[in-house]
Design a protein around this ligand. Structure first.
Ligand code: SF4
Length: 488
């Protein structure tokens, strides 16, 4: 049994989960122009789980684009007065960010503006290019200068370069996409158009909805739902969508092997979002059911690690017949703070995050369900916490397979040496975290739960099959520096 104090348990909670890169939102409508900034705010509010470092909104009337962006949560960056100051256009762009390349600084908050001479664009991007360094080198040779360190600047410069040559918005983006390698779901304002496009593999999601007199684009359907937008469809991998006063036009670029990130199903996307018409929460529940079949346990109670383990724990409980219990209570009001805490104060903050409920745990054989184990520190601390709260046995079950490789496509996780699943056997990990038993769902089981063919998914961090050949190292421009580390 792990001998871990509660202080230790809650001190370093942030390291346990990979971080999503960004959320993208866009709106085009003359009918609701008086509410454009407000609706974008709510769209971003729904996408907040995809990035908590910075938030921004740009509004354009087709000639002039105003933007406001800052470090912090959507609700910290914007208030009613600021949103009012953004009214007066019919095209909106919104972004929430967690940096995977480029530092976590105001300069890297989005939407970003890029331009040269008469050609200017505002850009919001989710993903990560794998050829940023070489692309920037080429673009510098074409006379572009870069102030921002994010790969978004390179995408924008490519587009500006093509637009300067006189290509239409659609053609300019299709030409741009031929130069990009990696993951990108992008929304962009260019003059009187909202343009949205997705990389040929479709690593990151992006969908379109209908609003009064126009259209919305959003990283996830939950961003459409919140503003009452009717979901139309997903933007296809390799597709460019151009929205203006003439309506919506679609252009197809190259499509390659589809590779929607399976981690969107496991952890990133909100459970009420839908991919291919299926709720993510349903997939998570099936992961729990399949996990119960693959890795049964003799136990008295199934408890989730809140919030992300809840759906899988429900499925595990349902399939195994072991009662479900809320044995870990999460303080839902602990958000990310941008006030740099002293070490002592950080402990105070994190201690409020997760607390065991002895009445559910004491004297019981507990199955605890988490969505993933990346470094193993959090799992070890959790097991210690459960034993300290009186658990007789702790059977750790994970609704994704061991993470054995890093992500190069927009998810921030450790390189190989920091990944416990890449360096130890399941039995060695069990010993390290101090659990009575430990088991993960299989890659096949996880895939079956998504109801997608394995060929349509990226599962590279689990099975090493990277969809972009030659992806061997992360081409970050600088070391990622988190502003603070206590992400909820
Ligand atoms: S490597 Fe993993 S986290 Fe990255 S896109 Fe593929 S499945 Fe998602």
């Amino acid at each position: 049994m792990a001998n871990v104090s509660q202080d230790d348990l809650l001190f370093d909670d942030s390291a346990g989960k990979p971080k999503e890169a960004c959320g993208v939102f866009g709106l085009y409508s003359r009918e609701i122009s008086c509410e454009l900034a407000q609706r974008t705010y709510f769209g971003l509010y729904a996408l907040q789980h995809r990035g908590q470092e910075s938030a921004g909104i740009a509004i354009s009337d087709g000639e002039r684009t105003l933007a406001m962006r800052d470090m912090g949560l959507v609700s910290q960056v914007f208030d009613e007065r600021k949103l009012e100051s953004l009214e007066g256009g019919h095209i909106a762009l919104g972004h929430v960010r967690y940096s995977t390349t480029g530092s976590a600084s105001w300069e890297n908050a989005q939407p970003e503006f890029h331009g040269r001479g008469e050609v200017n664009v505002a850009v919001a991007h989710n993903g990560n290019l794998v050829n940023t360094a070489e692309l920037r080198h080429d673009l510098e040779g074409e006379g572009f200068e870069f102030e921002s360190t994010s790969d978004t600047a390179a995408i924008a410069a490519c587009a500006v370069g093509e637009l300067e040559k006189g290509y239409s918005a659609a053609e300019a983006i299709l030409r741009t996409m031929r130069r990009l390698r990696g993951a990108y779901s992008v929304a962009m304002i260019f003059r009187d158009k909202l343009v949205a496009f997705r990389d040929p593999h479709g690593f990151r999601p992006l969908c379109i909805g209908k609003v009064e007199g126009g259209y919305a684009v959003s990283s996830e359907t939950c961003g459409l739902d919140i503003i009452g937008s009717e979901f139309l469809r997903e933007i296809e991998p390799g597709e460019v969508v151009v929205i203006d006063d003439e309506g919506l036009k679609s252009y197809r670029g190259e499509e390659e092997r589809r590779a929607l990130c399976v981690f969107e199903y496991v952890y990133f996307a909100r459970p009420d979002s839908r991919f291919d018409g299926r709720e993510v929460g349903g997939s998570r529940q099936r992961m729990g059911e399949i996990l119960a079949e693959e890795a049964p346990a003799e136990a008295d109670v199934v408890i989730p690690v809140p919030d992300s383990g809840i759906m899988a724990a429900t499925g595990y409980s349902h399939r195994s017949g072991i009662p479900f219990g809320e044995g870990l209570i999460k303080n839902r009001y602990v958000g990310r703070t941008f006030i740099a805490p002293t070490d002592g104060m950080r402990q105070v903050g994190l201690r409020l995050k997760l607390n065991p409920l002895p009445s559910v745990i004491k004297g019981k054989r507990v199955v605890v369900i988490d969505d993933s184990i990346v470094r193993g520190n959090t799992a070890r601390k959790l097991v210690g916490l459960l034993f300290d709260a009186g658990a007789k046995e702790v059977h750790f079950r994970v609704s994704s397979p061991p993470v054995t490789g890093p992500c190069y496509y927009g998810i921030d996780m450790d390189d190989r040496k920091g990944l416990v699943g890449a360096n130890y056997t399941v039995e060695e990990i069990r010993e390290q975290i101090g659990a009575t038993t430990l088991a993960y769902i299989s890659v096949e089981g996880m895939t079956a739960a998504t109801e997608q063919s394995g060929k349509g998914l990226c599962r590279a961090c689990f099975d090493g099959d990277y969809p972009l050949p030659g992806t061997t190292k992360k081409l970050a421009l600088e070391k990622v520096t988190a502003v603070v580390e206590n992400q909820a």
